[in-house]
Design a protein around this ligand. Sequence first.
Ligand SMILES: C[S@@+](CC[C@H](N)C(=O)[O-])C[C@H]1O[C@@H](n2cnc3c(N)ncnc32)[C@H](O)[C@@H]1O
Length: 430
Amino acid sequence: MRLPGRLSAAIEVLTDVETRKRPVSEALKAWGLNNRFAGAGDRAAIGNLVYDALRRRSSHAALMGSDTPRALVLAVAVRDWNEDPAALSESFATDNHAPAPLTEEELERAVGQLPDGTPGHILADFPEWLTPSLERAFGDNWIAEGQDMSGRPSLDLRVNTLKSSRERVMKSLARFNPAETKFSPNGVTMPAGPRDARTPNVTTDEGYLKGWFEVQDQGSQLVAGLANAKPGEQVLDLCAGAGGKTLALAAVMGNKGQIFAYDSDRNRLAPIYDRLKRNGARNVQVRAPQPDALEDLVGKMDRVVIDAPCTGTGTWRRRPDTKWKLTPELLAQRVGEQAAILADAARYLKPGGTLVYITCSILPEENDDQVVAFIKANPDFASVNPAELWQSAFGTAFPADTETEQGGIALTPRLTGTDGFYINALRRSA
Ligand SMILES: C[S@@+](CC[C@H](N)C(=O)[O-])C[C@H]1O[C@@H](n2cnc3c(N)ncnc32)[C@H](O)[C@@H]1O
């Protein structure tokens, strides 16, 4: 397919996403099944167009004076893919699969600029109702943070030190030009390419099949490291899900000590069994949800890790459709769940133990605010100094501006080139 046909297909997929409220991945899959002639390169290009349209949905719409799928996809072609609108329109006229040629207004708007006085939430490309939260989280930098949240993410891998080394993984993936991650000591990264660049399919690599690495954003690797679990400790991973953090904890602990991996959702937990095997993680006991599943652990843990259910606002680059679906009600629901989990988690700790609270959110309601409320109710807990925590976990310089007011660490695309993550290590007095 040539670009005009790919643009038409992207408009079709985006229409499906918007009218049927479908997740992008589902709509793309359905399009692929109905258009079997399209190759992998076409499907990747169409996916990139759709995701780029959603990443900067509000500024694309403001520029074009319309938020139709056609307006958004044309804006991507010009603003993000650097197509010349007049040449593009000409190419449409000679291609049977192309959208209709651009109107006079579209041609004019596509090369224009957003006017002075455009509201910050449009410049930053997130829903207006979140402005006070993001201003509170990032002060004067809130628009720049939002803009960096609207770019394409890199593909990051965590080298599984139980089975391999960074050098070996980089050699195995040399055809994708991997580089070392800036902060994570065991990370490998492949930057996102422009336009129709395809994301490397690393999960068919021999190294992956042998358990040498996992696909994991550098931010997720860092918070797992900052949980600061030590070999020999007793660790409860209370929201283990499919085990992304569990596997990283097992590697940091060198398979020594014990991790108890629990999740209240059996389906989410299900993939962990195969992943543990592939990774050679042998110090993990999976606890399936059932009454009293964790009662024997009360008062015995050195560390309880809460990778809390959250809005996922830190992952907007990867899942830009969720950015526009988030509502105040959903945020309130997540905040309630987090407070309940935090309140329950403390009882598993030994005196002197550490509660590690993690989210992949950038919203203070889910981060520092939760810590303030928790410490108010549990005055025997205090945040471990972030710079000292970083030093203890990695032995490297603490990245600038990542410390939050309440002693947490907040990672963002702008500050650390990672997804948005928050961590606060709360130590109980002995
Ligand atoms: C952010 S996800 C965990 C991701 C996982 N740790 C990883 O690194 O792949 C949050 C998880 O919390 C689980 N969860 C929600 N409420 C819970 C509760 N009350 N107790 C335990 N797990 C809960 C959800 O099922 C979900 O799997």
